[in-house]
Structure formats: structure tokens, C-alpha cells
Write a protein that binds this ligand. Structure first.
Ligand SMILES: NC(=O)c1ccc[n+]([C@@H]2O[C@H](COP(=O)([O-])OP(=O)(O)OC[C@H]3O[C@@H](n4cnc5c(N)ncnc54)[C@H](OP(=O)(O)O)[C@@H]3O)[C@@H](O)[C@H]2O)c1
Length: 333
């Protein structure tokens, strides 16, 4: 081991300090303090290890390398200023889109909120509570004429500043249930809103975003869009009314109830705090180098891991444990 030399360690120390400062500055708005602290602690520990155990040459080289990587990463994570940038959010009547509209308005963005019903309660709340920078616009994303109209309105309003981001948030629950039980209109509505609607909005606004070199944020769900008790009851009623007698006989009413209510109980326990999602959306909108994929909250990433790295049977087992009781369709008992 070579004795520690302050002169040799000066450059890495300056680099390390700069890296820590830049990291803290760039991450303070997007990451929790424990994450920033952990990162800083890791760099310090790495420095301590290098200089206490390695020769000056290797300590210098490895610690400087770690600092350079950290510096490059934190520089790429820097956030752009809000500066009244214009953002369009779809599905602002309720839920995430509604709360996100208020959040971005408070941060100083110029917000266009597309709503399914411009005279509905959600739209009225936004008109009353948000600043003058926020405009509520009628936009059913399954209606091409409404999309075109909003695109023209926005293009005119932002001709000098540009449209910076579009958040494709509008979505419908569809129904969680056995495929055979769902009527075709539920599949169609789900695809019309969650897929074709988002595609049509994307195509309509791409020219504006190309001009501004802005961003699309697509909010999607791995089934934790939960719906409400009323919605589930209505869907259960619709399903029962549309079900042929032989299918009803094969599944049985007990199974139908048992396959629906555990899921609802699961969803009702989901946290209602949107802040992890808002942090990610803000990062996607403002970060100089945004990620391609964000998984807000710990559990969503676990689901992705489960789906990506484990056999399907393991995923099925876990999903079954969470979403279903042990009741089997009548025909299988
Ligand atoms: N909640 C979650 O835990 C969760 C998790 C992951 C991802 N997501 C995703 O986040 C997005 C929002 O979900 P959310 O939980 O906020 O659900 P939500 O409360 O039902 O919000 C969806 C919004 O979209 C609107 N909408 C429905 N059809 C539309 C259409 N054709 N055109 C325009 N707007 C339409 C709804 O209007 P109405 O209010 O009038 O129905 C509602 O305001 C969805 O894309 C969902 O997949 C949610």
C-alpha cells in the first residue's frame, strides 16, 4: 500500500466534490433525499476505499473515473426551466389527469386540459381553481373532429412559444375478468380509448412537438386503474345481462362475484398519493435527458420484473393469489 498523498488526492477530491454538488443540485427536485444521500455516501465510501487500500495511481484513476461517471450522469439529469412551457393533458375530468393539471398549473406551466365533458364537475373545478394559464378544452379522444379542433386552437395559441409536451393520460378501466365473460363492446371501448385514442392524439400533435422538439408522455397501467365500486357494480350488471344462459351456467354466479370483489378490495387499498407519478411525469417533461420508461412506485417495477424475468406460471400464481379467491368456475368444480 502506498502512503496517502494529499497532492495526488487533490484532483479526485475536487472532482468528487463537484460531482456530489452537481448530483445534489440536479436530483433535489426529482429524487428523494435518501436517494441523494445514498449516492453521496457511495461516492465518499468509494473514495475512502480507494485511498486507503490502493496505490495512489489506482486510487486516483478509479476514484476519478467514478466521479466522472457520476458527473456525466448528473449533468444529463439536469432539469430545464418551466418558463411557462405549454403542456396538453388528456382525460382531465377526474383522477390522475385532473390532479396533474392542477400540479403543473401550480408549477407555472401553460396547461391545456382535454376533458370528456367540458361542462362536467371536473372541468368546472379546473376552471375555478387553476390560474389563467390553464385552458379547459372539450376533447373526447375517440372523436377525430374534437381532436382536430383542439389541435387547431392550441396551434394558434402557442404559435410563438410552441407546445412542449403532450401527456396521453385519458383511459378507461375496461373490465378485469375472464375473457369469455366480457362482451365485445367492452373490448372495443377499451381499444378505442386506451389505444386508438392515444394514437390519434399522438399523430395530431406530432407536428407541433416536432417543431418544439418536445415530449410525449404516455401514461399506461398494468391494471391498477381501479375504478369505483359503482363502476364495478354497473359492469357486473352489464355482464350478467349480456351473458348467454349456458355461459352463466358454466361459470356460476358465485364465481362471478368472487372473481370481481377481491380485485376491488385490492384496488381500494392502493395508495391514493399521486406524488411518485407526478415526480416521474415532471422528470419526463423537463429532464434534459428523460428516460424512455418510468415505473411510478415500487410495486409497478416488481410487476414488470415478475412478468419479464420469471416463468409465466409464477406470474399467474402471484396474480391469482392477489386478484382471485379460490373459487373456481362452476364447470371446473
Ligand atoms: N389509478 C391508477 O392506479 C393508475 C395506475 C397506472 C396507470 N394509470 C393510468 O392513468 C391514466 C388515468 O387513470 P386514472 O386512475 O386517473 O383513471 P380515471 O380517474 O378514470 O381517469 C381517466 C380519465 O379519462 C377520461 N376519459 C375516459 N374516456 C375518455 C375519452 N374518450 N376521451 C377523453 N377522456 C376520457 C375519464 O373521464 P370520466 O371521468 O368522465 O370518465 C377520466 O377523467 C389511465 O391511462 C390509466 O391507465 C392509472
Amino acid at each position: 500500500m502506498t502512503p496517502f498523498s494529499w497532492e495526488a488526492g487533490l484532483l479526485p477530491l475536487v472532482l468528487g466534490g463537484t460531482a456530489l454538488y452537481k448530483f445534489k443540485k440536479s436530483q433535489s427536485r426529482t429524487m428523494s433525499s435518501p436517494v441523494v444521500l445514498c449516492h453521496s455516501a457511495l461516492i465518499c465510501l468509494w473514495g475512502a476505499y480507494c485511498f486507503s487500500s490502493l496505490s495512489v495511481f489506482w486510487a486516483w484513476t478509479l476514484f476519478s473515473l467514478a466521479c466522472c461517471i457520476s458527473l456525466a450522469y448528473s449533468t444529463s439529469q439536469e432539469m430545464l426551466p418551466v418558463d411557462g412551457r405549454a403542456v396538453l393533458i388528456t382525460g382531465g375530468d377526474s383522477g390522475i389527469g385532473h390532479a396533474l393539471s392542477k400540479y403543473l398549473d401550480e408549477l407555472g406551466f401553460t396547461v391545456f386540459v382535454g376533458v370528456l365533458n367540458e361542462n362536467g364537475p371536473g372541468a368546472e373545478v379546473l376552471k375555478k381553481t387553476c390560474s389563467k394559464r390553464t385552458s379547459v378544452v372539450q376533447m373526447d379522444i375517440t372523436n377525430p373532429d374534437q381532436i382536430k379542433e383542439v389541435q387547431a386552437q392550441i396551434a394558434e395559441k402557442v404559435q410563438h412559444t410552441g407546445l412542449w409536451a403532450v401527456v396521453n393520460n385519458a383511459g378507461v378501466l375496461g373490465t378485469v375478468g375472464d375473457g369469455e365473460l366480457l362482451p365485445m363492446n367492452i373490448y372495443r371501448q377499451c381499444m378505442d380509448v386506451n389505444f386508438f385514442g392515444a394514437v390519434e392524439v399522438t399523430k395530431a400533435f406530432l407536428p407541433l412537438l416536432r417543431k418544439s422538439r418536445g415530449r410525449f408522455i404516455n401514461v399506461s397501467s398494468m391494471a391498477d386503474i381501479g375504478g369505483t365500486k359503482e363502476l364495478w357494480m354497473k359492469q357486473e350488471k352489464d355482464i350478467l345481462e349480456n351473458m348467454s344462459p349456458d355461459v352463466l351456467e358454466a361459470y356460476g354466479r358465485d364465481y362471478l362475484r368472487s372473481s370481481t370483489w377481491p380485485s376491488l378490495q385490492y384496488f381500494s387499498k392502493m395508495p391514493s398519493d399521486f406524488s411518485p407519478l407526478f415526480t416521474d411525469v415532471l422528470h419526463g417533461i423537463l429532464c434534459k435527458n428523460p428516460s424512455a420508461l418510468y415505473t411510478a412506485g415500487v410495486f409497478s417495477y416488481l410487476w414488470i420484473c415478475l412478468l419479464s424475468y420469471f416463468p409465466v406460471s409464477v406470474f399467474d400464481y402471484v396474480a391469482n393469489k392477489i386478484f382471485h379467491s379460490n373459487t373456481l368456475p362452476k364447470a371446473l368444480t
